[in-house]
Write a protein that binds this ligand. Structure first.
Ligand code: BGP
Length: 472
């Protein structure tokens, strides 16, 4: 354990994170077009619907669209230095391929960012967080179609120009590597996952990677002070046993994940993919200039971290795999959350070191947290609250490991907890899977007042930020 009251660097960006489609609601207000999320009432697991349906909790979300002022005030009270949110592409370009942007959508984010800046909170903006304008998904099959690059360029140019004096920190695609597991949610790909060929999948990935690099180029031209990062789903893979075949399998699974950031950080396709492409008859169609564009590398690497996973070549042991988007083999040494996500604070120290050794560029943890069922109670002063000691423990244990990684020499820009206010879960589309420091009175049956209540963890996090990690 390291000593000292200040375990984190000066200017460390403490804060919280959300995504537009999981909190804003107002799915059809002020000119917004439909997005892929508006017809996905069961998250990753379930089928999509023809039209938006009332049981889709994301249509109302936590009504952040109308209540963001109240919420940002609470974030400011906790002392946030940074607030990560995303822009809903279909609020700006309702169909994705429109010629002109929707002014009301642009105005909404102007107001939102102003509200953050009023309290000295830096916005950290994800350009595409698990939502694509539905028309781009249906009419073009999402990122399978190269035309998406042009539409995305148009979108990023519009938002970079509009917010160039308000937003400094940007992320291109949320968990870009998750397209391997959830091509509809992550890549707007309309073709059924089972019917999607590997050729199309990797071609779509190529288009996203080119689009991401173009965004970096355009962003730096518009404002050289922009810091533009990639964002990956960070799941370190441990060999289940010390059998060399398991060790190699873990390396392989890490590469499946890091293939994306390898390109975004280094600027070219890693050689280890050649074998995979050959074995699967994949031939990436590149246009002249693509390789040059990919050289526009990111300024920093951001990632989410919820769990680690185990790798094995033994088919028997693969049974019982569970977890986030990536179904991993359970680790016999770890406990799991109510949703089967294995809790591994040391894994966060491990992946921080792994990524820093690999890339030697600043890192940013932009998601970490515990999804749990919370019970709203009334305390002795008559205030409604949640005694979420389990969440405090989870976050505290992880942050202690973050401090260790910093001591190991990792250059870390900041830390934003996932779902700093309760919101709709991405994988299950439930509200009962809560992450927040702030409880939102809304339930999966649609009931609730939408009132906000501070949980016990609210004051805990406030103290962590006030002491720059000294209270951990
Ligand atoms: C990540 C996503 C987030 C978020 C988080 C928690 O994969 O980037 O959008 O939701 O996971 O997952 P869930 O909401 O399924 O609990």
């Amino acid at each position: 354990m390291i000593n000292g009251t200040e375990k984190f660097p000066k200017g460390f960006l403490w804060g919280g994170a959300v995504a537009a489609n999981q909190c804003e609601g107002a799915y059809n207000e002020e000119g917004k077009g439909l997005s892929t999320q508006d017809i996905a009432p069961r998250g990753i697991v379930g089928p999509i619907t023809e039209e938006p349906t009332e049981d889709n909790m994301k249509l109302i979300g936590i009504d952040f669209y109308h209540r963001y002022k109240e919420d940002i005030k609470l974030f400011a009270e906790m002392g946030f230095k940074v607030f990560r949110t995303s822009i809903a592409w279909s609020r700006i370009f309702p169909n994705g391929d429109d010629e002109k942007p929707n002014e009301k959508g642009l105005q909404f984010y102007d107001d939102l960012f102003d509200e953050c800046l009023k309290y000295g909170i830096e916005p950290l903006v994800t350009i595409s967080h698990y939502e694509t304008p539905l028309a781009l998904s249906k009419n073009y099959d999402g990122w399978v179609n190269r035309k998406l690059i042009g539409f995305f360029e148009n979108y990023v140019t519009t938002i970079f120009n509009r917010y160039k004096n308000k937003v400094k920190y940007w992320l291109t695609f949320n968990e870009i590597n998750s397209v391997l597991h959830a091509p509809y949610m992550s890549g707007g790909i309309f073709t059924d996952k089972e019917k999607l060929s590997k050729q199309d999948l990797y071609q779509a990935i190529h288009h996203e990677l080119v689009a991401s690099a173009k965004a970096v180029k355009i962003g730096h031209e518009i404002n050289p002070d922009f810091k533009i990062g990639c964002m990956i789903l960070g799941v370190p893979n441990y060999p289940l046993t010390s059998q060399p075949s398991d060790v190699l399998e873990a390396m392989k699974q890490d590469r499946d994940n890091l293939f994306f950031s390898d390109i975004q950080v280094r600027g070219y396709y890693p050689r280890y993919m050649n074998r995979y492409f050959k074995a699967n008859n994949i031939e990436i169609k590149m246009e002249p200039g693509d390789e040059e564009i990919l050289k526009n590398t990111v300024d920093f690497i951001s990632f989410s971290y919820y769990m680690s996973s185990c790798a094995t070549t033994d088919p028997e042991k693969k049974k019982g795999a569970a977890g986030n988007i990536i179904a991993g083999v359970p680790n016999p040494y770890l406990e799991a959350s109510e949703w089967g996500w294995q809790i591994d604070p040391q894994g966060l120290r491990y992946i921080l070191n792994l990524l820093y050794d690999r890339y030697q560029k600043p890192l940013f943890i932009v998601e970490n947290g515990l999804g749990a069922v919370d019970e709203l109670i009334t305390d002795e002063n008559g205030n409604k609250t949640v005694n979420d000691d389990y969440r405090i423990k989870y976050l505290n244990d992880h942050l202690v490991q973050v401090a260790e990684a910093i001591e190991d020499g990792v250059d870390l820009m900041g830390y934003t907890t996932w779902g700093c206010i309760d919101l709709v879960s991405a994988s299950t589309a439930q509200l009962k899977k809560r992450y927040g420091f702030i409880y939102v009175d809304r339930n999966d049956d649609g009931s609730g007042t939408l009132e906000r209540y501070k949980k016990k963890s609210f004051n805990w996090y406030k103290e962590v930020i006030a002491t720059n990690g000294g209270s951990l």
